[in-house]
Design a protein. Structure first.
Length: 403
């Protein structure tokens, strides 16, 4: 019996819900031998729960069913779990987020985690069957984590909704590593954005200190951040406060059509906001005109002064005509970087041969990045210094891949 079977059995045991008759009729039950076999701490480093029934393997049970987990397992989780994942659920092959109303029940209420570090909350379903306060209480034991990754519904008034994003993030006062619930989030929300674009605009922070609904953090939370993913690079095309992120060592920015001229400004403002930054990831797509001019690459001489690693993730880009193979392009960027800074490039392999966009051919000269097969570094990733201290090229699937 494997750890996967552990998840399957536990899910079946706990899905029988509410009445003594249903409990008596169930086929699956936990024996002393089963508990002995599956109380190994390594099996419970990550606890995976879903809002709806799912056929996905590796899921332990519904959030609402966890309240019925045997006390022995609940105690084991309290002692050894480092990460809790709460996901939508639904059919494994589904291409859209299920919108069947879900219930979290009492969820994780009462758990007292001793070693919890990370919470991944990925619930795009906006139809909670419970009230805001009840859902909040079901997830309350997660609020002390330092590492938070979220994907939330755009609409709805539930606890897991971007309609009340400010309230949601206020429950996580200790966060140091954040993967934002919306990719391409603006650094600042301004008063005019809050008034005119309403729920479709979100900012990491309020520009003027006001408490808008559609921001994620306050300045105190921002000052604690060590790693952050999900901001728009264009947010740094405008002046930013000095030392806004005084402890930030890793930052991921993304933008469509980021020109080399914009990149010079981005580098300057990132340096101002993040004085100790070591890893900068830029995800850029759709920009051709300025990136194909070789003379523009001198901009890379002006990366933030404490930087050690620059990761470029490029999609539908056009490189200079003299750089048609990966090692040539990487050498061009590396040649302009300050001593001690290394570049890691990921690029797509285009699906169409006649789209007029020359592909970067991987000539196999360079090693792949330490985060391969993923195209770029992830929040919380622990990468060997020696592996980072060399230029790399990593193929990034097709232009339709999601990141």
């Amino acid at each position: 019996m494997t750890a996967m079977h552990n998840s399957d059995i536990l899910a079946r045991v706990l899905e029988y819900a509410n009445s003594p008759k249903e409990t008596a009729a169930r086929r699956w039950c936990l024996s002393k031998a089963w508990l002995t076999a599956y109380d190994a701490p390594a099996l419970w480093r990550t606890l995976t729960l879903t809002a709806l029934p799912t056929d996905a393997r590796g899921v332990h049970c519904l959030v609402s069913a966890w309240a019925r987990a045997p006390q022995r397992l609940r105690t084991l989780v309290e002692r050894h779990t480092r990460c809790v994942i709460v996901a939508d659920g639904g059919p494994l092959a589904a291409t859209t987020i299920p919108q069947t109303p879900y219930t979290l029940g009492s969820g994780l209420a009462g758990q007292q985690f001793a070693r919890l570090e990370r919470a991944v909350i990925s619930v795009g379903n906006r139809n909670s069957a419970q009230g805001y306060a009840v859902d909040r209480a079901a997830l309350q034991p997660l609020f002390g984590v330092a590492w938070l990754e979220t994907r939330l519904a755009y609409f709805g008034n539930g606890f897991l909704s971007l309609e009340r994003s400010r309230e949601f993030f206020q429950n996580f006062p200790n966060v140091r590593l954040v993967d934002l619930p919306r990719r391409h989030t603006a650094l600042f929300m301004r008063a005019e954005d809050a008034d005119s674009w309403h729920q479709r605009t979100h900012g990491l922070l309020a520009h003027d200190g006001e408490e808008y609904d559609y921001i994620f953090l306050d300045r105190q939370q921002a000052a604690q951040l060590v790693e952050l993913a999900g901001l728009r690079a264009s947010s740094f095309c405008q002046p930013v406060p000095a030392n806004l992120f005084p402890h930030m060592t890793s930052l991921e920015l993304s933008e469509s059509s980021l020109t080399m001229q914009d990149l010079a400004t981005v580098f300057a403002n990132v340096s101002r906001a993040c004085p100790v930054l070591e890893l900068l990831t830029l995800i850029v797509d759709g920009e051709r005109d300025t990136w194909r001019l070789r003379e523009n690459y001198s901009v890379f001489a002006h990366v933030p002064p404490r930087l050690k690693t620059l990761c470029l993730m490029l999609d539908t880009m056009e490189s200079p005509s003299s750089c048609r193979i990966a090692s040539q392009f990487v050498a061009l960027v590396q040649g302009h970087l300050p001593t001690g800074v290394y570049v890691h490039v990921s690029s797509t392999l285009h699906c169409f041969e006649d789209d007029g966009i020359p592909d970067l051919d991987d000539d196999g000269v360079l090693p792949v990045a330490p985060w391969a097969p993923a195209p770029g570094p992830r929040i919380g990733g622990a990468y060997d210094d020696a592996a980072l201290a060399r230029a790399t090229f990593t193929r990034w699937g097709s232009q339709w891949d999601n990141y």
